[in-house]
Design a protein around this ligand. Structure first.
Ligand code: DGT
Ligand code: CA
Ligand code: CA
Ligand code: ZN
Length: 603
């Protein structure tokens, strides 16, 4: 179940979408959209607020406040229910397909009766779209591509929503009498960018109370299956949860097994077989015979008391080897414990055997954030609010990087930027322990140029530069523009390099190796944008960039104070990319970072 604020954000966004789809007042729709963002980014909990209290939130007007208050007291918004009744939910899903939008979704529904994404794909393949005005030659192709993107992430849940849900589940199940251990496993523990379902593992002598507790949670909408070892449910948000309960002595083996990945497990099992062992979710056992003997060795059922079997010789067939912790399981295979984000069979087992596992960067290693926004551009919070929140995180440095003028809708000017710098310098007195950096997020133009001339750029402490336009330029053009941005002595960090939005927009077409080589050569860091919708650069590319000697900045790209917590997700991507503190510039002490930012001195 997402945070209450996020639930309300979703509902207000849906209301805005439905106003748009039904051809309602676009101005009203925008107001609700803005309110949705305001509520989602509001640091305080909405629970218990009344209409007056809700109106105190900047961006929330009276009619929004009334609707939210109605939801808080009755669990429903009547006006939203009315619109929902008018428009099939599939039409709103169509609107979410990249390049469709509300107007086209409505036209498709009204003129062709298309009421779902599946029907839309069908109609395009049958060449029926041409009949509706406003669809050009290549629209069908583009929409199909958009549908494909949505399906690739199809049904997968973003990391922030999955993490919040999993933490609630673990807290609820840990409180059940008889539960001795509980944790989440699967792709979420490995910090994959999206998860197919959430796997929770628990230990108890009797599994029944835990299974019952799961099925009775208020946000569980459907029980898919329930038995003594496994129960699967679906939440009201449509996320599947698998709960497995094992005896306490099997915790280690079960945790390894259900954390995966499948490829990592297969490698481990092969190693176990070679060592005359057998690894399953039930534990680690001595095999009947050495692996060189029979291919498929059967496990003899365990006889005698646990104490007696433990006392028997190691050669005893079918004997359970202690597996109360993951460390014991790995140790029995001759391996050190391997951190879950590495468990993808990308060379981690070989590295472990050589004693060369990376000392992974941790969230607590981060000393600052180098990409954040305020309400001077499209952020929700003021400069003071952002800085106060950053200070509370215990950072030693913090950069404010509002958008630059070429992103025209943000209406940035030289004067505004310089005034913000003054204001930031004044705030420095209030935060003696937090070094404030004045920066900007530049726009990388189609030719690789950026917003301001060198004289103006020289006034910033740090510049992030990102692609915000010309997403469809060809591969050579994209590669050239990014290399040129790296070569700019005032550009310190390339923001969200591929510009993808998970499930919404694919990456730009670019020769990443060429850009990584340029970044390494010029001393330009590449961002791991920690927003759960982006996670850009993604894990495999981080691994590749690291081989080129690239340095990274793990940043929040915060547009509201709660977003300053996003780096926990970027850290997951960094760990999956094998990064250490040596690779990540915003784990470095200020003096070292300062040298890195004096880029021009290096050429
Ligand atoms: P997901 O849910 O698609 O994001 O990915 P996972 O990795 O969480 O996969 P899931 O939920 O199907 O299974 C959880 C873990 O259980 C998986 O990472 C490894 C283990 N597992 C499941 N099925 C198999 C299997 O057939 N063979 C092996 N070796 N392990 C399996
Ligand atoms: Ca899973
Ligand atoms: Ca699963
Ligand atoms: Zn940004």
């Amino acid at each position: 179940m997402p945070r209450l604020n996020d639930q309300v954000r979703e509902l207000l966004q849906e209301y805005a979408d439905l106003i748009n789809i039904t051809g309602g007042d676009a101005f009203r729709a925008r107001a609700y959209e803005k309110a949705a963002r305001a509520v989602g980014g509001h640091p305080g909990d909405l629970a218990g607020l009344d209409v007056k209290g809700l109106q105190q939130i900047p961006g929330v007007g009276k009619s929004t406040a009334e609707k939210v208050a109605e939801y808080l007291t009755t669990g429903k918004i009547t006006a939203l229910e009315t619109l929902r009744a008018e428009i099939p939910s599939g039409v709103r899903e169509m609107m979410a397909v990249p390049s469709v939008g509300p107007k086209r979704a409505l036209a498709l529904y009204r003129d062709l009766g298309i009421a779902s994404v599946d029907e839309l794909a069908e109609a395009i393949r049958a060449d029926r779209l041409g009949e509706v005005a406003g669809f050009g030659e290549r629209s069908g192709e583009k929409i199909l591509h958009g549908i494909e993107l949505m399906r690739q992430s199809g049904g997968r849940t973003l990391l922030d929503e999955a993490t919040e849900l999993a933490e609630q589940l673990v807290a609820a199940l840990s409180a059940v009498p008889g539960c001795t251990r509980c944790a989440y496993a699967g792709s979420l523990r490995r910090m994959r960018e999206t998860v197919g379902d959430i796997d929770v593992l628990a230990t108890a002598a009797d599994s029944a109370p835990l299974m019952a507790a799961l099925t009775e949670l208020p946000y569980v909408a459907e029980v898919i299956g329930s038995g003594p070892t496994k129960t699967s449910v679906r939440t009201s948000q449509g996320v599947q949860v698998d709960l497995r309960v094992v005896p306490e002595e099997d915790w280690g083996a079960a945790l390894v097994y259900f954390t995966g990945s499948k490829a990592h497990n297969i490698k481990l099992r092969t190693m176990a077989v070679r060592a005359g062992l057998k690894l399953s979710e039930y534990g680690l056992f001595r095999a009947d015979e050495p692996a060189e003997g029979k291919a498929a060795s059967k496990t003899r059922s365990k006889t005698g008391s646990k104490a007696a079997s433990k006392a028997k010789s190691n050669a005893e067939a079918g004997e359970k080897v202690v597996s109360a912790t993951e460390e014991e399981v790995y140790a029995a295979l001759g391996l050190p414990w391997i951190a879950p984000p590495l468990r993808e069979d990308r060379g981690e087992i070989e590295a472990a055997l050589r004693g060369e596992l990376p000392d992974l960067v941790q969230e607590s290693d981060l000393r600052g954030d180098l990409h954040t926004h305020t309400d001077l551009t499209d952020g929700l919070a003021t400069l003071e609010e952002m800085i106060d929140t950053a200070a509370a995180r215990g950072y030693s440095y913090y950069a404010v990087t509002d958008h630059a003028p070429d992103l025209v809708m943000q209406r940035m000017t030289d004067e505004k930027m310089l005034a913000q710098r003054e204001q930031l310098r004044r705030l420095a007195d209030r935060h003696k322990k937090l070094r404030l950096l004045h920066g900007t997020e530049l726009n990388i133009g189609p030719d690789g140029g950026v917003d301001w001339p060198p004289e103006f750029l020289a006034g910033f402490d740090v510049c992030v530069a990102s692609v915000h336009s010309h997403f469809t330029a060809g591969r050579d053009a994209q590669t050239r523009r990014l290399i040129r941005a790296c070569e700019n002595p005032y550009v310190h960090v390339i923001g969200h390099l591929t510009t993808r939005r998970i499930g919404r927009r694919g990456p730009i077409d670019v020769d990443l190796d060429a850009v990584f080589a340029a970044a390494a050569r010029t001393g330009t860091a590449i961002e791991i944008n920690s927003s759960p919708q982006r996670l850009d650069l993604r894990d495999e590319d981080v691994l590749r960039a690291k081989r080129h000697g690239v340095r990274f900045a793990i940043d929040s790209d915060a547009h509201a104070t709660p977003h300053l917590a996003y780096p926990r997700y970027g850290i997951g991507t960094a760990q999956r990319g094998w990064l250490t503190t040596e690779d990540v510039i915003n784990t470095w002490p200020w003096q070292r970072l300062k040298r890195f930012l004096r880029k021009e001195a290096q050429h």
